[in-house]
Design a protein around this ligand. Structure first.
Ligand SMILES: Cc1cc2nc3c(=O)[nH]c(=O)nc-3n(C[C@H](O)[C@H](O)[C@H](O)COP(=O)(O)O)c2cc1C
Ligand code: SF4
Ligand code: SF4
Length: 442
């Protein structure tokens, strides 16, 4: 049986699921409700000198039938007095000594850092997370992502923190940077115990076409906010992977961004995370999603034979290589299941206009398109467009005996080097003549 408990940089938690620092961890009442329902840990809403928030704070991208496919906020850190938060942390730890309570912090001066660290340690926090990610408001005052974007400043502040901290320190990174491993390495050099990522991505989710103000609008004006939720998972996964694969990364990683179900969490873990944090999905559906997360992940681990999160963490990393190392001889071709096909012909138009003109439709009224094997480059587009599950599958056509990468070709001096080189991959591929565009018009 898989063991879901973790020891994350010294922070013990009954399972890897933590609430991210955000509205769901605003107060003790919420954190107690979450622990009661099965959450392993909670990163408290960021504490510092309390702020004043604007009213109207969230915006979202609704995609077709999905509400909040992407979520955006212009909220700042906690607006509640520090002493109230500290009392509630103490209270939560009394009721739930085995759950992880991590205090997220953001202050300005060295003295403030030293003071607030002592305060949250005295309150019984199990760990500290340094919020170097907030991409609005706080960064205008030299905090949040303003620190996360300056590795040297980040390192200095981590060093200040490490001078006094006696509990594990996690550095939370901003994705609003070209190479996230730069601040990650600064955290390593500063002596941090772990990193977490991602915080929100700077964004504008839309503009009100009547008032001309961006959403969310505050008295007719708006500001860039922080983007999160399902839409950001691919960016988060890539950044978690980048940190995990960095040769000098020796710290545990807490994966954050777009986790809504156990599969999302499993992906973060397989790419190197060893705890997972959730915000938007809880804001959308409530703490109860833990009832799907826990058994889902446990079943998967049992099926795959992972005995612990530690064993599972990073298991996909050996399969994430650079493009130059991929096998150029691997060849797939689309195949349509005629029984499943509903004849919508979305695949045809996608391939005809957006890919490689490798799907034909018959003039005799048969709605099921045909793949022209010789023209198909195996790009996957039609299978992604097709609305019927497993109707278009990609079939392997090479014999699996050859493995030749771009790197191999480069070493053998066999890559195209001139503009009209015969060794180009598309040389000899079928392409209709331009005039055909008018003749074939449907
Ligand atoms: C309304 C809102 C407020 C947030 N406040 C904080 C905060 O105070 N401190 C922090 O470190 N991150 C904060 N975040 C970022 C989240 O902790 C998390 O990094 C981000 O939302 C990505 O996770 P998700 O895709 O599960 O939402 C906030 C996010 C939202 C949506
Ligand atoms: S998109 Fe799928 S269902 Fe529609 S015609 Fe193509 S194969 Fe058939
Ligand atoms: S895989 Fe790409 S090239 Fe092949 S049929 Fe589908 S869309 Fe066309």
């Amino acid at each position: 049986m898989a063991d879901l408990s973790i020891n994350f940089a010294g922070i013990k938690s009954p399972n890897p699921f933590w609430l991210a620092s955000a509205p769901p961890t605003n107060c003790g009442y919420q954190v107690m409700r979450a622990f009661d329902q099965g959450w392993g840990g909670a990163v408290w809403k960021t504490l510092g000198v309390p702020i004043v928030n604007v009213s109207s704070r969230y915006g979202s991208v609704d995609y077709r039938d999905s509400r909040m496919a992407g979520f955006n906020n212009i909220e700042l850190i906690s607006d509640r007095p520090l002493s109230d938060n500290l009392k509630e942390i103490e209270e939560v730890k009394k009721y739930f000594p085995d759950n992880a309570v991590i205090a997220s912090l953001m202050v300005e001066t060295k003295e403030e850092w030293h003071q607030i660290i002592k305060d949250v340690e005295n309150a019984g926090s199990d760990g500290i997370e340094l919020n170097f990610g907030c991409p609005h408001g706080m960064c205008e005052r030299g905090m949040g992502s303003a620190v996360g974007q300056e590795p040297k400043v980040l390192q200095t502040i981590v060093e200040w923190v490490m001078e006094v901290a006696s509990i594990p320190v996690i550095v939370k990174l901003t994705p609003n940077i070209t190479d996230v491993t730069d601040p990650a390495m600064a955290a390593v050099r500063g002596g941090a115990d772990a990193i977490s990522l991602i915080n929100t991505i700077q964004s504008i989710v839309g503009v009100d076409l009547n008032t001309l103000a961006p959403f969310p609008s505050v008295d007719g004006k708006g500001s860039n906010g922080g983007y999160c939720g399902p839409a950001v998972k691919p960016i988060a996964l890539n950044m978690v992977k980048n940190c995990a694969q960095h040769p000098e990364m020796n710290l545990p990683i807490s994966g954050i961004g777009g986790v809504e179900n156990w599969k999302d969490a499993a992906e973060h873990i397989l790419l190197g995370a060893s705890s997972v944090q959730v915000c938007t999905a809880v804001m959308h559906y409530g703490f109860g999603i833990i009832r799907e997360l826990l058994p889902g992940l446990e079943n998967y681990m049992n099926e795959k034979g992972f005995n612990s999160i530690e064993e599972m963490s990073g298991a996909a990393l050996p399969n994430v290589v650079e493009w130059k190392d991929l096998n150029l001889k691997y060849k797939v071709v689309a195949s349509i299941d005629e029984v499943k096909c509903i004849g919508c012909q979305l695949c045809y138009i996608a391939c005809e206009d957006g890919a490689h003109q490798a799907i034909s439709i018959s003039a005799n009224g048969d709605r099921v398109p045909q793949i022209i094997d010789d023209n198909c480059v195996g790009c996957n587009l039609c299978s992604l467009v097709c609305p019927v599950e497993d109707c278009i599958t990609m079939e392997r056509r090479d014999d699996g005996k050859l493995d030749v990468s771009w790197d191999d070709l480069t070493q053998k001096g066999e890559i195209p080097t001139t503009f009209d080189d015969d060794r180009a991959g598309g040389k000899g591929h079928f392409v209709p003549k331009p005039e055909e565009a008018l003749k074939r018009k449907k």
